[in-house]
Each structure stands twice: as C-alpha cells, then as structure tokens.
Ligand binder design. Structure first.
Ligand code: ADP
Ligand code: ADP
Length: 233
C-alpha cells in the first residue's frame, strides 16, 4: 500500500529578482513499511522535499497524496491536522522540552490528540519501553546522554502511531557509537512495520536504509533498492 505518492511536484522560491527551482519535477512513491533514505549534496533539495513530504509546506505545482489524502493544496490548518496525525518527526537537535521529563515529553503529542491523562501516561510509557527507556521516564533531557535524548525524541515521534517516521539527520549530533545505536533502533522499528524516511547527507548512515533516493539539483538522480544494507548489530 502506498503511503507517499508525489507526481511531478515542484517547488519554486522567489527572492526578489532571483528564482530558485528547489525541486523541479519529483515523482516518487513509498510503500507502507519501507525504510528509505533521501540523500544528496547540500542544496540538492532534501529539506524542501522533506518539508513537503512532512506536510510542513505545499508544492508549487504537482500532486502529493499522503495515505490516500490529497494534501497538495490544503490550507495551513488542514495541513497541520494531517501532519499531527500522519507524521512523526525526529530532528538532529532532538527538540525536547528541557524542563519536562522523558515521560512528559513523549506524552505531549497526546495532549493535542485529546487523550485522558491516564491514557497519555500509559501510551507514553509504552513508547518509552519501545525505545528501551522505561527506566528513564522521570529523567529530564539534561540527565540523559545524547543517544538517550534521541531515543526519547523517537518515542515522542511514534507515540501517536503515525504513518511515517520522518527523521532529519537523526545522527547529526551523535558520535559514531551512539549513531549505530540509533540505527539499530531504526532497524528494530522497521522490522516492526514502521515506515521510515530518513534525510541525510552522510553516505554511511544512508547505507542502513533499504532504499536510497538521491537528489541532485532538484531532480531525482537515482532511486534504488540498497543491495548492501548495513546492519548496526
Ligand atoms: P538541501 O536540504 O539538500 O541542502 P534545500 O532543500 O535546503 O537543500 O535547498 C534547495 C535549494 O532551495 C537551495 O538552492 C536553497 O538555497 C533553496 N532554498 C531552500 N529553502 C529556501 C527558502 N525558504 N527560500 C529561498 N530559497 C530556498
Ligand atoms: P552515556 O555513557 O550513554 O553517554 P552518560 O555517561 O552520560 O551516558 O550517563 C550514564 C547514565 O547516567 C545515563 O543512563 C543517564 O541517564 C544517567 N545520567 C547522566 N547524567 C545524569 C544527571 N545529570 N542526572 C541523572 N542521571 C544522569
């Protein structure tokens, strides 16, 4: 089943006199359960594509169907509703609330989703368990290592059971040992059926994905199954 389907999407930025075609004509599809890396050099359009795929922005032209919904021309409000339901974001900088515990950080998306407090705690604990941090529920971000912080962020991204885990340079702030731990966690999440889209400029990190899509100058340069998937364990 297709989760992501874009047809000839483009994105044009106009800055004064300058016209930048960040994406020219991108047609891609991602099935449920796939683990894909979006790669490419700086300026190739990765962030622009991720913002569109993640419903943070809409394309200038073309169509984007996300989980059977046409989100290409949605209003910002409608887009936000789809985004909160369908997308779990993970960032390079973790973006955790510093004064809140792991449990509270993970439970946050459930407040917006309207769950009762008891349900929020139960679901957040389950999500923490899923990333191996049930024994760190009461810790605040500054009481956790970098890898643990990223695992809390991953639990938060997954707590609402999104269609896609969208990870933007998820190991960008981590040392190589901790990066492997996060890639091992992604392997486990992929095995459990999660759909993962990871944006990275690092070749060795992209090698953990089962499919690698390379962008260059706003176009898809290649889109291939990765024959030598690297395993973190
Ligand atoms: P990448 O993530 O691969 O580095 P980006 O998607 O950030 O690439 O950028 C693609 C192109 O679009 C670049 O030329 C960049 O300068 C331009 N660009 C990105 N975002 C904006 C913006 N908000 N306004 C104007 N130009 C932008
Ligand atoms: P790592 O070796 O994984 O980078 P650390 O050496 O930073 O982790 O921390 C070891 C353990 O101690 C971690 O599991 C973390 O939860 C806990 N810890 C680290 N700093 C603090 C702190 N300031 N207060 C409470 N617990 C902490």
């Amino acid at each position: 089943m297709k989760i992501i389907e874009t047809t000839n999407i483009s994105k044009r930025y106009i800055m004064g006199e300058e016209v930048i075609d960040a994406l020219k004509s991108i047609s891609i599809s991602v099935n449920k359960g796939e683990y894909v890396a979006f790669m490419g050099p700086s300026g190739s359009g990765k962030s622009t594509l991720m913002n569109i795929v993640g419903c943070l922005d809409t394309p200038t032209s073309g169509q984007y169907i996300l989980n059977e919904q046409d989100v290409s021309k949605m209003s910002d409000d409608a887009l936000a509703t789809v985004r909160n339901k369908e997308i779990g974001f993970v960032f390079q900088t973790f973006n955790l609330l510093p004064r809140q515990s792991s449990l509270e950080n993970v439970a946050l998306p459930l407040i917006y989703a309207g769950y009762s407090k008891a349900d929020r705690i139960e679901k957040a604990m389950l999500a923490l368990k899923g990333v191996g941090l049930e024994n760190r529920a009461g810790h605040k971000p500054n009481e956790l290592s970098g890898g643990q912080r990223q695992r809390v962020a991953i639990a938060r991204a997954l707590v609402n059971d999104p269609s896609i885990l969208l990870a933007d340079e998820p190991t960008g702030n981590l040392d190589s040992k901790t990066s492997y731990e996060i890639m091992d966690l992604f392997d486990q999440l992929h095995s459990k059926g999660n759909t993962i889209v990871m944006v990275t400029h690092e070749d060795d990190i992209a090698q953990y994905a089962h499919r690698i899509l390379r962008l260059r100058d706003g176009l898809v340069e290649s889109d291939k199954i990765n024959p030598d998937v690297r395993k973190a364990k």
